[in-house]
Design a binder for this molecule. Structure first.
Ligand code: NAD
Length: 235
């Protein structure tokens, strides 16, 4: 295993997390065995067309996802990143996950590239938090009555340009870049990894397997996030 890294030796650090970050919490993955797209057709549940055709069906599906995520707990790796962020003002977390686990573990600032299960939005009146329970507090906009949709980047949606720019800004300044539990195949998010390399960040990958981008990392840690993060990154 790699020698532990002292974050105080870096001014700016970015942890870039994917679905593997929440795997040890038991959050269902999207692909592969047990993945929800093996069971459900995304064209019926996770794209704007599906929502326009049958908003109720799509919202029911997302309420099931929220229930599953609420039944899971953040693990030691999530808690450790929150602690590092509290101890060091230069630590950023950029996630592809929509599960809100980093925030539940206490992280104060998380760039959510693909949105959140815990927000809902009106095309005219913007985004609202909806944290209460698996059931959405409301399904129609309080201002105009338009059906509210989950504030998630679905299949065929563009990513939120302002959020992506925020991630790019953090990564452009990073001296240390740590990718955790991402297969690095979903674009444009995966393109942030070569960006970190290009700006000269020290590159560490924490993943149980090799990925498409492993060759860009000097350090490759083949351990689960929940054990590797507390052992390898010290405040
Ligand atoms: P992915 O499923 O494509 O890849 C997960 C990666 O994590 C794999 O490389 C796997 O080897 C690795 N991994 C599995 N368990 C691990 C562990 N315990 N520790 C470290 N690594 C582990 O995930 P992705 O790259 O994030 O892309 C999937 C897309 O689906 C993303 O866009 C994401 O938004 C979305 N998604 C989100 C969630 C969530 O919110 N928790 C869950 C599933 C998918």
């Amino acid at each position: 295993m790699m020698t532990p890294i002292l974050l105080n030796e870096y001014r700016r650090v970015v942890f870039f997390t994917g679905a593997g970050m929440s795997a040890e919490s038991g959050v269902p993955t999207y692909r592969g065995r047990g993945g929800i797209w093996a069971e459900y057709d995304w064209e019926e549940y996770a794209c704007q067309d599906a929502f326009d055709t049958d908003p109720r069906k799509v919202l029911d599906f997302h309420e099931q996802r929220r229930a599953k995520v609420l039944a899971c707990q953040p693990h030691a790796g999530h808690r450790h990143l929150a602690t590092l962020q509290a101890a060091h003002p230069g630590v950023g977390i950029v996630t592809q996950n929509t599960d809100g686990m980093h925030q539940r573990a206490g992280a104060k600032s998380v760039v959510e590239l693909h949105g959140s299960l815990w927000r809902i939005r009106c095309p005219r009146h913007g985004t609202m938090e909806d944290l209460a329970s698996p059931a959405y507090a409301r399904r129609d906009c309080p201002h105009c009555g338009t059906p509210l949709r989950p504030d998630i980047t679905w299949f065929e949606d563009p990513v939120n340009a302002a959020v992506f720019e925020q991630a790019r800004n953090l990564i452009t300044q990073a001296e240390l870049f740590v990718a955790v539990g991402t297969s690095a195949i979903v674009y444009p998010a995966a393109g942030l990894i070569p960006l970190a390399k290009q700006v000269g960040a020290q590159m560490v990958e924490v993943n149980v397997d090799d990925t498409e981008m492993s060759r860009l990392f000097l350090e490759r840690v083949r351990e689960p996030a929940g054990t590797a993060l507390p052992e390898l990154f010290l405040a």
